[in-house]
Design a binder for this molecule. Sequence first.
Ligand code: PGA
Length: 259
Amino acid sequence: MPDDRKPIISGNWKMHLTHLEAIQLVQKLSYALTRDDYEAVDVTVHPPFTDLRSVQTVLDADRIPMILGAQHCHWEEKGAYTGEISPVMLAKLNVRYVIAGHSERRELFSETDDWVNKKVKAIIAHEMTPIMCVGETLDEREAERTQAKVEGQVQAGLDGVTAEQVAAMVIAYEPIWAIGTGRTATPDDAQQTCALVRATVARTHGADAAGAVRIQYGGSVKAANAPELMAGPDVDGCLVGGASLDPDEFARIARYRTT
Ligand code: PGA
């Protein structure tokens, strides 16, 4: 990976942890990570909405350079959208990264490419960074439709986003069959599809955007497989679910370069 793409390791806590448990996790994680780690790698954590304020307070009070992220948001600034959270609310909490279009949201909550695109634009408009997720199901993989699916999602999600904005974004390639299943894409598979994401960005937004956009792999990442996954030249980071709930394991993933 070129030196100008700083690796980014993100912990997606999904629907786990009360705000009290979240405070404990972030504190334990802060003991496990060092200044050198933060210099080498961007570390983002994505707690549930009810935990954001508590985690933000701990990060601010203890000056922990971990970066606050959210898992989802609506694209409108306000309005009659019961249960939704707006990008304005997240930005006010110093949230810097927001996941858009996680496969669980696409599958379980029927999020479409069009919604993902609206969210990506709204997140950017509020000066936060989208982590836009793409990836194929097992059926699509077996039918050799991975390329078409991933290219289509990248193209649709980035529609109308400028090349400069894409350059500053993160895209996470997460094969759906590898999420929470213990099955991981091989390092070659992960590299190949991350390279495909980059090639798609090159076609839609030009070589500069493609060279700068950071691409994560996600799906059963653990401390044991992170170094080989991160070795792919187009893999700039990991989006970690289950293993991010264990502070020592997540810290070891963030320190993949020394293991
Ligand atoms: P996992 O989840 O690491 O538990 O497979 C990854 C994700 O959903 O982002």
